[in-house]
Structures are given as C-alpha cells and as structure tokens.
Design a binder for this molecule. Structure first.
Ligand SMILES: [Zn+2]
Ligand SMILES: [Zn+2]
Length: 127
C-alpha cells in the first residue's frame, strides 16, 4: 500500500531511519497539494485502517521537517506540513488559502536567504 520504493531512498538520503510511520505520513502528504495539519494526516491514516497515534504522527512530521524533507508552515495559527521537492528552494505562501509554490532561485538580500514569502495566489486574487 505504501510506496516503499519511492519514499525509502528519500528518507535514507536525508539521513533518517526508514520507519513504517514515516513512510505512511509521507504517503498522505504526497496526496495533498496544500500543506496539511498533523491532525488531518492522523485522520486520513485512521481512514485507511492504520492505527498510528497522533503523537507518532507529530514526531514523524517533526523529524522529517528537521531533515528538510517536509516543510512546516503556519496557516491560520495552525502548524501545517508539506512534502517538498528535492531542489533547494524557498516558498511562496498564499496567506488566504495556504497554497504553497516552490521557487528555486536562491535570492539572498542583505545576507538574508528567503524561506517563506507571503502573498496572495492567483486564484484568491480573482475572488
Ligand atoms: Zn519546501
Ligand atoms: Zn490562495
């Protein structure tokens, strides 16, 4: 059910242990374009019949965020997570819907490297 061949090498390359929980969490994140909360990941795992605890989901997300595979954002005061592409990038984040786009230019302004840039996405702008 979980795509081991896809996520296993990714965890290994990031230098963290391949565990079933991490693989499951990655599999859920990969199905979402928008960043999702730990609660949402947990609910979807329950729906799949996986009895992974919420604390385990939090820990898996935190370790993968630390390893740089997953990026953590704050949307409406809630921590949300997104599976990131392998290339070095920063994020354009819509403050209305939480949509994230990866931007691969490595802008450094006055010694600052951008991690997140907030704005309004095209879809929200049209509303
Ligand atoms: Zn990212
Ligand atoms: Zn938006």
């Amino acid at each position: 059910m979980v795509d081991m061949a896809r996520w296993g090498p990714m965890l290994a390359a990031a230098g963290i242990r391949v565990t079933n929980q991490r693989l499951l969490v990655l599999d859920v994140l990969a199905a979402h374009r928008l960043p999702v909360s730990a609660q949402r990941v947990h609910t979807e795992l329950q729906d799949r019949g996986e009895h992974t605890g919420l604390t385990t989901v939090y820990r898996a997300l935190a370790s993968m965020a630390e390893a740089g595979i997953v990026h953590a954002f704050t949307h409406m005061g809630e921590a949300v997570y997104r599976l990131c592409g392998p290339a070095r990038h920063h994020h354009l984040v819509c403050r209305v819907c939480g949509m994230v786009a990866e931007r691969q230019e490595n802008d450094v302004v006055d010694g600052f490297r951008a991690e997140e840039v907030y704005g309004v996405c095209a879809t929200c702008e049209e509303r």
